[in-house]
Design a protein around this ligand. Structure first.
Ligand code: GLC
Ligand code: CA
Length: 534
């Protein structure tokens, strides 16, 4: 179990879009280095960087063509090292994306693997054993001389690396002379899979030796085929569990302080059983449909609610299922690791969409005091909204949450000096910029800073300190809970709805919005929160 992860507040940076240092319209590593003081000013402990590796960018860099190098649009390895050194100097942990479920189809390993003659890389990807033998709708056929189809993990350009299958290969049916069995489905313990695993370990060592602190593992649940990532039955995750305990176990022996965060979206398995320190709850992809189909407010964890989001001000949300589910998760991960409810990330509609800054502050008051490990997606701290109708790098609707960071109110929002085109367009929403919010004492940005500071100063807000739900009638408003350890106790009440409510409380008010307190009672007006030290 990893200590720096449990106490941390983290920030996520999408490298094309943070800051362009050389005026070519593309964000880069030097640009990030220049803005690290800003990141530090938020009070965060670490940064998760989306992929910056050489890649055709058919899927935002999640189609890696070289694991141990830097894409030239972002700079050089020396730039990375400089950025890392500055992070270290500022006490910022560095988490990089490890995308090992698949590579780009342009990766030299795959190019070798497509050849008909057997070579070192033939078994590194999952291939069926003849071109007309398909793997459901997950294999691609007829593009290469090799007789077989390759199994994909995501897009067609992302062939799945071969970590085997959950069950042994199927033998031919003795009663069917035409059935040749499925020997191409190697069992996850098959010796032929070992060289790839060794290579993966070496990739991790390469970055850890440079000084990286941890990995966010892309689609970590997908590596062994035939597993069911969210099943509670041991046999359904046997292979992927074996694999991750082996990989993480090996690396942790050599680098005891390393942190592993999964993209598994089922912490009970990722953390509870597979050796990860952290997993996050995806805001469910249904969210896109929800937003597009009707005009409801959206975006925080609709997957755990009954149709409405709790943080919209219509007061129709229901957080009961979320509370119940996370209570269960706390039990499932206890003593092993933690989970995160990120403010957002690069795959979903911006959380600030259809929310004003007051609503965002209520949401952050929740995210920075609840029992989990907070991740702030760049720009959420200033309420950046989604830009619909743009598409680049295979992002489609996701592209809209990857627009340049809005530093100023000037040209290109201070992201780039260029007079030419930006790699991704800025989202011109008036007023949402660091420049504007820096000045105002109670801006969203400064409120996020205050909340982070409060959390960092009090261990009762750590992921392993206790949580008590005090009241939340029928999953409605307000939500009142307590965070505590043996030393101190805090009461938090949040009311994202527009309707005022009252809460009994006493103690010292540390931070609040839209609240009136009198004689042991707080009146929470619309879009309000209050944090009290008891
Ligand atoms: C993860 C990434 C996403 C990517 C996919 C395929 O879900 O977050 O951006 O497209 O994996 O690698
Ligand atoms: Ca640049």
């Amino acid at each position: 179990m990893n200590a720096w992860m449990k106490n941390g507040v983290f920030y996520q940076i999408y490298p094309t879009s943070f800051y362009d240092s050389n005026g070519d319209g593309i964000g880069d590593l030097k640009g990030i280095t220049e803005k690290l003081d800003y990141v530090k000013s938020l009070g965060v402990d670490g940064i998760w960087f989306n992929p910056f590796y050489p890649s055709p960018f058919m899927d935002g860099g999640y189609d890696v063509a070289d694991y141990c190098a830097v894409h030239e649009m972002f700079g050089t390895m020396a730039d990375f090292e400089e950025m890392l050194a500055k992070c270290k100097a500022l006490g910022i942990r560095v988490i990089i994306d490890l995308v090992i479920g698949h590579t780009s189809d342009k990766h030299p390993w795959f190019v070798q693997s497509t050849k008909d003659e057997k070579n070192k890389y033939s078994d590194w990807y999952v291939w069926t054993d003849n071109n007309f033998n398909k793997f459901g709708d997950k294999s691609i056929h007829g593009l290469y001389p090799r007789d077989g189809g390759y199994v994909i993990n995501y897009y067609a350009c992302q062939p799945a690396l071969n970590f085997g299958f959950n069950t042994p290969p199927r033998a031919p049916d003795p009663n069917n002379a035409y059935d040749l069995g499925e020997y191409w489905k190697m069992h996850y313990t098959d010796e032929r899979l070992k060289p790839l695993r060794e290579e993966i370990l070496n990739i991790m060592r390469f970055w850890l030796d440079k000084g990286v602190d941890g990995f966010r593992v892309d689609m970590a649940n997908s590596l062994v085929k035939g597993c069911l990532y969210n099943s509670d039955k041991d046999e359904d995750i046997e292979g992927v569990r074996w694999l991750w305990n082996l990989l993480i176990g090996t690396i942790k022996k050599e680098y005891p302080d390393v942190g592993f965060m999964a993209e598994w979206v089922y912490p009970s398995n990722a953390v509870g059983k597979c050796g990860f320190d952290l997993d996050y709850l995806a805001h469910d992809r249904q969210e896109y449909n929800e937003l597009l189909r009707n005009e409801k407010g959206t975006n925080i964890l609709p997957a755990f609610e009954k149709g409405h989001t709790y943080f919209s001000d219509d007061g129709q949300g229901d957080i009961e299922n979320f509370l119940k589910y996370t209570m269960r998760l706390h039990d499932d991960v206890e003593g092993k690791g933690y989970f995160s409810v990120p403010s957002g990330y690069h795959d979903i509609v911006r959380v600030a969409e259809k929310k004003d800054n007051e609503q965002m502050k209520v949401m952050f008051a929740f995210l920075l005091t609840y029992k989990h490990v907070p991740f702030i997606y760049y720009g959420d701290e200033i309420g950046m909204t989604h830009k619909f109708g743009i598409n680049k790098d295979g992002g489609f609707i996701r592209t809209g949450c990857r627009t340049p960071m809005q530093w100023t109110n000037g040209k290109n929002r201070g992201f780039s000096e260029t007079d030419g085109e930006l790699y991704l367009p800025v989202n011109d929403v008036a007023g949402q910029s660091v420049e504007t919010q820096e000045e105002k004492e109670d801006s969203l940005l400064n409120t996020v800073r205050k909340l982070v500071k409060l959390k960092k100063e009090n261990e009762a807000f750590n992921a392993d300190a206790d949580l008590e739900i005090v009241s939340c009638e029928n999953g409605g408003y307000p939500l009142v809970y307590r965070r505590l350890n043996s030393e101190s106790s805090f009461l938090i009440a949040i009311n994202p709805s527009a309707k005022p409510v009252s809460v009994a409380l006493k103690g010292e008010v540390l931070l609040s919005q839209n609240c009136e307190t009198e004689n042991g009672e707080a009146k929470l007006l619309g879009k309000s929160f209050i944090i009290v030290k008891e």
